[in-house]
Ligand binder design. Structure first.
Ligand SMILES: CC(C)(COP(=O)(O)OP(=O)(O)OC[C@H]1O[C@@H](n2cnc3c(N)ncnc32)[C@H](O)[C@@H]1OP(=O)(O)O)[C@@H](O)C(=O)NCCC(=O)NCCS
Length: 144
């Protein structure tokens, strides 16, 4: 397993498969994808991209921080789950945020995945809320 920086567009097929099923590839472009502070991580098994995570600089209204970063687009291929790929991506994202002098990593986590983030040291803030068309989420965060 290898974790590399990848281009935003390289995340689109896995985003589409896992996070935006049934929507066109263009729906897999997220705001902030191409900003200077943004980066995208890919987990490779041999030559196959099996997991992705994206990070960009963005404040969170409920979590004051000096240099906050947001984690988005966390997805592992359905055939490769439960093997530690997601955890590797989050650990690498945390390392990169620390290197960039960040003091907060936050995300809107699907409630179905909140246990994954809890195991990685993230804490929940407040009640679950609905993101239209996607489902219930929790605001979660941790220091890098
Ligand atoms: C959530 C997701 C990224 C996890 O990736 P993964 O590679 O399967 O996770 P890992 O194998 O690294 O799991 C790390 C730990 O979290 C646990 N875990 C994984 N998914 C979990 C979940 N949905 N709920 C609770 N715990 C979970 C694992 O059991 C493991 O625990 P352990 O360290 O005690 O063994 C992956 O299941 C996925 O892509 N899901 C669909 C898309 C999604 O929900 N993305 C997140 C959007 S916010």
């Amino acid at each position: 397993m290898r974790i590399d920086r990848i281009h935003a567009r390289a995340t689109w097929p896995l985003r589409q498969l896992v996070l935006r099923p049934g929507l066109p590839l263009e729906a897999c472009a997220f705001p902030h994808d191409e900003e200077a502070d943004s980066f995208h991580l890919g987990a490779w098994a041999d030559d196959a991209l099996v997991g992705i995570a994206s990070v960009h600089a963005e404040p969170c209204a409920q979590l004051p921080a000096r240099r906050p970063f947001r984690l988005r687009g966390m997805a592992v291929h359905p055939d490769r789950r439960g093997l530690g790929v997601g955890a590797l991506l989050v650990v690498e994202a945390l390392n990169a945020v620390r290197t960039a002098d960040g003091d907060l990593l936050w995300c809107n986590a699907r409630t179905s995945a909140s246990g994954f983030y809890t195991r990685l040291g993230f804490a929940v803030v407040g009640e679950a809320f609905e993101l239209p068309g996607i489902g219930p989420h929790h605001l979660m965060h941790r220091a890098p």
